[in-house]
Write a protein that binds this ligand. Structure first.
Ligand code: FE2
Ligand code: FE2
Length: 341
């Protein structure tokens, strides 16, 4: 892939990286052939440079994201292990990691691909923390939050489960259903995490609140307090949505994973009574955009490609399987079971 100045770009070149608007909407996908109209639009938007594919070269726009992800994962691992040992949290480590992630959230196709590739590849607690941080940043962008809020959301996501380092590993990774006592132990991670981070003056008070409150649900079924209503604050509500999405799409030790489409549907259903619908709505509306062009396996066993996402029913796209189109908005019994890379 080549990065070239707009002034030297000619119609006919093939775009090497997706182009997004600042608020996260896809303007032009990777692979598009650039026309003179595109060149005019780039100039209007004051783009200096774009990535184009080198002819005959296999491109990999995810490479960079892969490196950033694994670097963030290493740092998350190290500060969580250190917290377990009673060592202090370093502001720089957390700040630098979130800055790195914030920069990467513009490459949203790369982000979802990498999150899928990382599933089950490492300790769940660490990948989950990085994923929830990325998803919180994405929510911030989708809701057009200011830069500081987006960064705080990233910190809240990264630290939301830090209290789990104080929960016994046997309970955390137990493959079977937890006993009532074991669940009580897990629940403590909210308060343990809050107590840990609240001692640092550089941790924003709302971020600390999100660590404490991300398992509260509007119907009062959550913990640690069992608060009723949508009272837990914006950061905690965003972490709650990101947390549920990542848990649903991961093969956790004690439950099977679901596809991003099913996860978005579940989030939307749970948003009335449990999660904040203002956040679930934007998540539901936007998340499935990123799977157009992906190969999927349907619940009837067929393989196909997502060709169109209807904004009014984003989790029920049109799939081309063989020579046939399946409109999942009409064929309600068919679901997307898996996304293939
Ligand atoms: Fe949690
Ligand atoms: Fe979590």
């Amino acid at each position: 892939m080549l990065k070239i100045k707009l002034s030297s770009l000619k119609p006919g070149a093939r775009l090497g990286k997706d182009i997004y608007s600042y608020d996260g909407n896809l303007l032009l996908p990777k692979g598009a052939i650039i026309t003179s109209e595109h060149l005019e639009a780039f100039a209007r938007r004051q783009f200096d440079e774009v990535f184009i594919m080198e002819t005959g070269t296999k491109i990999s726009s995810e490479k960079n994201f892969e490196e950033v992800y694994s670097q963030s994962l290493d740092i998350a691992k190290s500060f969580m292990m250190e917290a377990r040992l009673g060592k202090p949290l370093e502001f720089d480590e957390i700040n630098d990691t979130v800055n790195l992630l914030v920069e990467q959230v513009f490459d949203q196709h790369g982000l979802f691909r990498q999150m899928r590739l990382m599933k089950n590849k490492d300790d769940y607690l660490f990948t989950h923390s990085v994923n929830v941080s990325l998803l919180c940043i994405l929510i911030g962008r989708w809701l057009k939050c200011d830069d500081e809020t987006i960064k705080n959301l990233g910190v809240a996501g990264l630290l939301h489960d830090i209290g789990k380092v104080f929960v016994e590993n046997d309970i955390l990774n137990k493959p079977d259903k937890l006993t009532a006592e074991e669940f009580e132990e897990i629940k403590k991670h909210t308060l343990l995490g809050y107590n840990l981070i609240n001692q640092y003056p550089w941790v924003n008070a709302e971020v600390a609140n999100a660590v404490l409150m991300h398992h509260e649900r509007a119907d009062g079924s959550g913990y640690p307090v069992g608060l009723k209503g949508y009272k837990i604050g914006f950061y905690a509500s965003a972490v709650a949505v990101a947390d549920v999405y990542d848990a649903l799409t991961s093969s956790r030790v004690y439950s099977g994973k679901v596809s991003p489409y099913t996860a978005a549907e579940i989030l939307w259903q749970e948003s009335f009574g449990k999660l904040d619908p203002r956040i679930s709505k934007v998540f539901y509306d936007k998340i499935t955009d990123f799977y157009v062009g992906n190969e999927v396996i349907l619940s009837n066993g067929m393989k196909g490609i997502v060709v169109y996402v209807d904004p009014s029913q984003p989790t029920r796209p049109i799939i081309l399987a063989g020579d046939e189109f399946y409109n999942l908005a009409e064929e309600r019994s068919i679901t997307i079971q898996e996304i293939i890379d």
